[in-house]
Design a binder for this molecule. Structure first.
Ligand SMILES: [Cu+2]
Length: 159
């Protein structure tokens, strides 16, 4: 009886680890305290010579504001949160600086607006793959997410 369990146990553990890996990869929502990071995604890139962008939504379910200070990722050497601004009728983008996530509020990073600029890609972003990203908040600290990569023409997390 005991030997049988010992023989089966490693197999159970292995399937458990795979289950956790699969769950993490497909997770559309990661919670850190009162903050919920939802539906992260990025478009596939053409090689590594041009920057790519990643998008996501941050919900604050708490009663006090927090601030997104920056991001880290293994996908790019210089990731940066960018905002879009209209200047003389032309859309310009640049570093957003710290981004406040108001109490009970939502901050959306989406095409045409704020985004995580992935400058100096470490490798091409390939459709169907994932990369990890860490969001750094003033109060909550670090929240780790997994970003799925969609097609080069994707316009949202639903493709
Ligand atoms: Cu940008």
């Amino acid at each position: 009886m005991r030997t049988a369990l010992i023989r089966v146990l490693p197999r159970i553990l292995v399937s458990f680890v795979f289950l956790i890996a699969a769950t993490t990869a497909s997770a559309e929502q990661v919670r850190g305290g009162d903050l919920v990071v939802e539906m992260p995604w990025a478009r596939a890139s053409i090689g590594t010579s041009r920057p790519a962008a990643a998008y996501l939504t941050i919900k604050n379910e708490g009663l006090s504001a927090d601030t997104l200070l920056g991001v880290k990722t293994d996908a790019a050497a210089t990731p940066e949160v960018h905002k879009m601004e209209m200047r003389d009728g032309i859309a310009n983008m640049g570093p957003s600086g710290p981004v406040e996530v108001p109490a009970q509020g939502i901050v959306t990073l989406a095409p045409g607006g704020m985004h995580v600029m992935l400058r100096n890609l470490n490798h091409p972003l390939k459709k169907g793959e994932y990369f990890s990203m860490t969001l750094i908040f003033e109060k909550e600290g670090q929240i780790n997410i997994v970003v799925p990569i969609y097609s080069i023409g994707a316009s949202g997390p639903d493709e």
